[in-house]
Design a protein around this ligand. Structure first.
Ligand code: BES
Ligand code: MN
Ligand code: ZN
Length: 481
């Protein structure tokens, strides 16, 4: 989609549809000559409650009044959700060019939210559907303008780049595991590095894992015939001076559970178990496209988790690259095994602040549903900074505690650690304490996105993969810059 900012009034642009925000107790700022919009409000047909929609026709254009509620409660998330609802109606109407009028008295972050809400809601994943020759696809939105009194081009362009990265992450997530192999994810990372200045990528396979003595990651990969991929991306932005940001992503392209096989119900959803890795790859791409002045080292661990004659077995003891030994009591607790070596690697490559994203535990779904991601951290300031980035983007997190008693649960009987204590108590926290042993005292945030990576119930998050975390990571990089 073509996206641009304009300082022309919407009426003077060549779009077919204009969207205008309406607030409680406020009149229309720029009406049509015949006062078509104010009359809709006055008659009660248009309402100001959040996400209410009303339609008018005037001056050869379609006008959509979009309720935003009260000014006091108005946030970027209100705008994002309302823009997404508006996009749904606009799609039904067959509009091809839309102009959003930026409300008065708001900052550029609202322009960003309007672009995000529109682009994220317009996302479709249709590459596996046959084209119906008899009924051509309905017209789609091709052009989006945001009109404001001031120049909004920077905010609008940033929102376009970031939204496209979210949609690219969703494509990676939604692609089934027979096509979205570890090698395919690595190919996407390479394509980004080829295209974007200052971004480099290195991909290592099974031999690389073994050479690096990543026995923990390699143990997960050994059951699969697919070649695993250790994907390392590096970006050094112009004028970067802050701490090196280390981003780590779990990319299990399919999680069967391995020998500790999962039950069949909804197992197909385990194609989404690479969501953390998809988010990291696309977020780094967006940060580099925006040329943000930060330094990043990103490590994505990609593999399948399969049962087979050469799969790791319950009770096997493996050695991670930092020398720590792990009893693999449950082969379905594979994410932490992959991340352990990736965290060690990111630190060895100079990461000074860590964020890992992983669809790590079913328990986080029980705790927080599809609304908040679980956040666990060894550093209050870093946790607050990551939380704040998510508040800004609507990718909200909720912190759960770490404690030495939880850490005790991952102590091993025959090795240093065990990957899955039998009692399963505090499952998400115990998983985080396992990772903590590899992050050590580097300021680190673990985001458990098992509830938010797909199935989110936001107007701008379509069915399927949500791309959760892409916008948060870009925002975090902006606050580091
Ligand atoms: N990928 C799963 C976690 C998951 C489950 C994500 C459901 C989304 C929906 C992870 O690898 C896993 O299987 N975790 C186990 C850990 C347990 C064996 C300690 C879990 O949560 O059951
Ligand atoms: Mn698993
Ligand atoms: Zn998994």
């Amino acid at each position: 989609m073509q996206v641009a900012a304009t300082t022309s009034l919407p009426a003077d642009t060549d779009v077919d549809t204009v969207a205008v925000a309406v607030f409680d107790g406020e009149e229309i700022a720029h009406d049509t000559p015949g006062k078509a919009l104010q009359s809709l409000l006055d008659s009660g047909e248009a309402r100001t409650k959040p996400r209410a929609l009303a339609l008018a026709h005037a001056g050869g254009k379609r006008w959509l009044l979009v309720g935003m509620g009260s000014r006091e409660k108005f946030t970027a998330e209100t705008a994002r959700a309302a823009a997404a609802v508006a996009q749904g109606r606009i799609a039904e109407l067959g509009a091809t060019a839309l102009c959003w009028e930026l409300p008065h008295h708001v900052g550029p972050e609202i322009a960003e939210a309007l672009v995000e809400g529109t682009l994220l809601a317009a996302y479709r994943f249709e590459r596996y559907h046959a084209q119906d020759e008899d009924s051509p696809p309905p017209p789609q939105l091709e052009r989006l303008l945001v009109s404001g009194h001031d120049d909004l081009s920077e905010a609008v362009e940033r929102a376009r780049i970031v939204s496209e990265a979210v949609c690219a992450a969703r494509d990676l997530q939604n692609t089934p595991s027979n096509d979205m192999t570890p090698a395919a994810l690595a190919t996407r990372a390479r394509a980004l590095a080829d295209e974007i200045d200052g971004l480099t990528v290195e991909v290592e396979g099974r031999d690389g894992l073994l050479a690096r003595k990543m026995g923990s990651f390699a143990a997960v990969a050994q059951g699969s015939d697919e070649e695993p991929a250790l994907i390392t991306m590096r970006y050094h932005g112009p004028g970067a001076s802050g701490p090196v940001l280390g981003l780590v992503g779990k990319a299990v392209t399919f999680d069967t559970g391995g020998i500790s096989l999962k039950p069949g119900l909804k197992m197909s959803e385990m194609k989404f178990d690479m969501s953390g890795g998809a988010t990291v790859v696309e977020a780094v791409g967006a940060i580099a496209r925006l040329a943000l002045p930060v330094s990043i080292v990103a490590v994505v661990g990609a593999t399948e988790n399969m049962p087979s004659g050469h799969a790791v077995k319950p009770g096997d003891i493996v050695r991670a690259s930092n020398g720590v030994t792990i009893e693999v009591n449950n082969t379905d607790a594979e994410g932490r095994l992959v991340l352990a070596d990736c965290l060690v690697h990111a630190r060895a490559l100079g990461a000074e602040r860590l964020v890992d994203l992983a669809t790590l535990t079913g328990a986080i779904l029980v705790t927080l549903g599809h609304t908040h991601a679980g956040l666990m951290s060894n550093d209050d300031d870093w946790a607050a900074q990551v939380t704040a980035a998510g508040e800004t983007t609507g990718e909200i997190t909720w912190r759960l505690p770490l404690h030495s008693e939880y850490a005790d649960a991952v102590k091993g009987q025959y090795g240093d650690l065990n990957n899955a204590p039998e009692d399963r108590l505090a499952g998400s926290i115990v998983a985080a304490e396992f990772l903590h042993r590899f992050a050590e005292d580097t300021p680190w945030v673990h985001l458990d996105i098992a509830g938010t990576a797909w199935g989110m119930k936001r107007p701008y998050a379509a069915k399927g993969g949500s791309g959760f975390g892409v916008r948060l990571l870009v925002q975090l990089a902006r606050t580091l810059a």
